[in-house]
Design a protein around this ligand. Structure first.
Ligand SMILES: Nc1ncnc2c1ncn2[C@@H]1O[C@H](COP(=O)(O)OP(=O)(O)OP(=O)(O)O)[C@@H](O)[C@H]1O
Ligand SMILES: [Mg+2]
Length: 168
């Protein structure tokens, strides 16, 4: 099964994005799936919701290259959630600096799609992104483009999903 990528996004704040991302990830892990949560929000609340520390893992994920050494370093940023099958790449305020780095390199934020390829193997079933409440920056490029989206998004959030195959 190819790794499925799910992004929880809404430009409004406080509408339940993080709660949805963490709950969805936890529920999938309880069903025996291997799930990686990636926190693109500089508030770093995915980690705190899981009782872990905010860290600059996402900064390294977004800014480091694809050499074996850099890939190894980024993979070392994955943290256990303390729950079976559920892992996270925590974020913190440095996630904001990553946007500046990407801009300086003229590197589109859609490069996140390539960045997560280093995780999309070894039996990983889902990558779930939590995002910041804004319409710019890394939120827009979390996967490069939505591959498919729910036809009737619930009013409080937009759930965009992708599995590496276009349904459009
Ligand atoms: N389904 C729900 N029912 C009631 N309260 C909820 C629900 N989902 C989330 N909340 C509460 O709403 C508040 C905001 O939730 P959350 O932090 O998930 O929103 P967010 O969209 O991620 O916020 P931000 O934009 O600041 O990142 C929290 O106090 C959370 O406990
Ligand atoms: Mg949030």
């Amino acid at each position: 099964m190819p790794t499925k990528v799910i992004c929880i996004a809404n430009q409004k704040g406080g509408v339940g994005k993080t709660t949805t991302a963490v709950s969805l990830a936890h529920g999938l892990a309880l069903r025996g799936k291997q799930v990686l949560l990636i926190d693109l929000d500089p508030q770093g609340q995915v980690a705190t919701a899981l009782g872990r520390n905010s860290e600059p893992g996402v900064f390294y994920l977004l800014t480091m290259g694809a050499s074996p050494q850099e890939t190894s370093f980024v993979q070392s940023c994955i943290r256990s959630s303390g729950r079976e099958g559920l892992y996270l790449v925590p974020g913190d305020q440095q996630t904001m600096a990553a946007q500046t780095v990407l801009n300086a390199r003229y590197q589109p934020v859609s490069s996140i799609r390539a960045s997560i390829q280093r995780f999309c193997k070894d039996g990983l079933h889902y990558v779930i992104f939590d995002t910041a409440p804004s319409v710019g920056g890394s939120r827009n490029g979390r996967c490069g483009r939505p591959i498919s989206s729910s036809s009737q998004p619930p009013p409080s959030f937009c759930l965009q999903m992708g599995s590496g195959r276009s349904s459009r």
